[in-house]
Design a protein around this ligand. Structure first.
Ligand SMILES: [Zn+2]
Length: 274
């Protein structure tokens, strides 16, 4: 390699760097996916946006403010609207199309029948836990992202994809709300991106659980852990260990159930892996 070429390559990488610094997920405006909507020039102040009354994540991409909208699994296909506004200006609407996606069925046998049809005495606990989770989901912390690409929280086989239509002991239940990664009991689970711990606990269905806030409504949760190694309020950097794989709660074997949220909506975590 000549010296001149090396200097050229170095200059090129310096000039090219800002354009590739902000990676965006593949736009898949499907139920359970992410709609990417381009807004105004990023030389202007950052706008605010909402979808179905919830604030929406906005990041800079190639000189434009860009909204990343989590599309709910039960969203209808067709035209949807994002409301957004520049500071001190009237709100405008941007349209985007949601197209259908057919998720396969999955049939699971659970030996602990109480985890499929909870008993009366479990209801009180389940209701309190779903309130706690509901509060966590609403957390909004303003931040700017230098990177939105997530790293895998644990190495292992992807054993159940997001969105599968689930049947427990042949009874229809809610679709699979995360991505399952099978790994040996005790395998380390790490934060896929920097964030703040907003909830930890032993929950009826998800067992030992950690919830992370990455900012602007991008949240993630880690279920069925054998061990939780962090506490609420902890600031984690990308790759920092938060717990260990287990099979607590409603699980048929050791695995991580990983959920990712945008605008209070669970989306397929795989969409944010490069
Ligand atoms: Zn799962």
């Amino acid at each position: 390699m000549t010296k001149r070429w090396m200097v050229g390559a170095l200059l090129y990488s310096l000039i090219a760097a800002p354009a590739v610094a902000q990676w965006l997920p593949n736009a898949q405006a499907v139920p359970g996916g992410i709609a990417v909507v381009t807004l105004n020039a990023s030389s202007e102040p950052r706008p605010t946006a909402h979808y179905r009354k919830h604030p929406v994540l906005i990041t800079e991409h190639e000189g434009r403010w860009t909204a990343l909208i989590g599309v709910p699994l039960d969203a209808s296909t067709g035209e949807h609207h994002l409301g957004w506004k520049r500071p001190q200006q009237a709100e405008v609407q941007s349209r985007f199309q949601v197209v259908a996606k057919d998720y396969p069925e999955q049939h699971i046998t659970i030996k602990d029948k109480r985890k499929v049809n909870p008993e009366k005495r479990d209801y009180d606990r389940i209701r309190k836990e779903s309130e706690r989770l509901g509060h966590a989901r609403k957390i909004w912390r303003d931040t700017t992202f230098s990177d939105l690409e997530l790293q895998l929280p644990v190495e292992g086989r992807r054993s159940s994809a997001f969105g599968l239509k689930r049947f427990y002991n042949e009874q229809a239940r809610k679709p699979h709300s995360g991505l399952d990664i099978a790994a040996a009991e005790g395998s380390p689970v790490v934060a896929p991106l920097g964030g703040v711990v907003i909830l930890t606990g032993d929950l009826f269905f998800s067992g030992n659980t950690v919830f992370l806030d990455h900012g602007q409504g991008l949240l993630s949760s880690y279920a069925h852990l054998s061990k939780v190694l962090v506490s609420t309020g902890d600031h984690l950097s990308s790759g920092q260990m938060l717990g260990r794989v287990g099979q607590t709660g409603r699980a048929t074997g050791p695995h991580l159930h990983w959920s990712v949220y945008l605008n209070q909506t669970r989306i397929d975590p795989a969409l944010l892996l490069r």
